[in-house]
Design a protein around this ligand. Structure first.
Ligand SMILES: C[S@@+](CC[C@H](N)C(=O)[O-])C[C@H]1O[C@@H](n2cnc3c(N)ncnc32)[C@H](O)[C@@H]1O
Length: 200
């Protein structure tokens, strides 16, 4: 029964994705209380959140975002369609993502390899970490990134979930110098979008 509800929710999302109707996808889980949505995304943004990210990219004169650990890439596709900015997604475990058991993918993945450990960490793009959970890998990505903006989405106080980095206590490593530029709550979920800018 639960599985059926989850599948029909995912089918509805895929239909809207095919119709390029990102706005209806956002509204499909407007109150972030649809359990099935968790199979696709840890954080379901509001229209206001999407606009916050669009404005942030515009004000920083960037060309788009590179999402590290993008999962199925639904958030990234929504952002790409809604903002007009290009959004790339980096993932690990290619075998899983191309298997028949994985969720549908909404953007193509880039996979780091031994020869190319960080595909296209273009400095004209912001880095995005949404519910990322590997602090050491986070620091390695940050070390190799020469751009000016990092966006972290994750839980604030009292949310009851854990990420590494956390949006308000990220460990950038001893040589990095990043300042919190702005933030916005994802609806009233206690998840936050935190934007960090490299110190001049
Ligand atoms: C908790 S999931 C979050 C997925 C998605 N961002 C979301 O918010 O729904 C963390 C994702 O990070 C990916 N991941 C873990 N280590 C990674 C690494 N070193 N580089 C890229 N992705 C990584 C995992 O495969 C997983 O899909």
């Amino acid at each position: 029964m639960v599985m059926e509800a989850e599948n029909s929710f995912i089918d509805a999302v895929v239909d809207l994705y095919r119709a390029k109707d990102w706005r209806s996808i956002v509204l499909l889980n407007e109150h972030s209380n649809n359990e099935a949505a968790l199979r696709l995304l840890w954080v379901w943004p509001s229209l206001e959140n999407v606009e916050f990210i669009r404005r942030t990219l515009c004000e920083s004169n960037l060309s788009g975002m590179i999402s590290i650990g993008c999962g199925c890439g639904l958030l990234e596709w929504i952002l790409q369609e809604a903002t007009g900015f290009k959004v790339f997604g980096i993932e690990v475990n290619e075998e899983w993502w191309i298997s028949k058991y994985s969720n549908p993918k909404f953007i193509p993945h880039l996979y780091p390899t031994a020869e190319e450990p960080n595909p296209v960490l273009n400095p004209n793009f912001a880095l995005l970490f949404c519910y990322f959970n590997d602090g050491q890998a986070f620091k390695e990505y940050v070390d190799r990134y020469e751009g000016c903006l990092i966006v972290i989405i994750g839980p604030g106080e009292g949310r009851g979930t854990h990420t590494d980095p956390e949006p308000f206590k990220p460990d950038f490593g001893i040589y990095s110098r990043w300042n919190l530029l702005s933030f916005q709550e994802v609806k009233t979920t206690k998840d936050f979008i935190a934007v960090y800018q490299r110190q001049q």
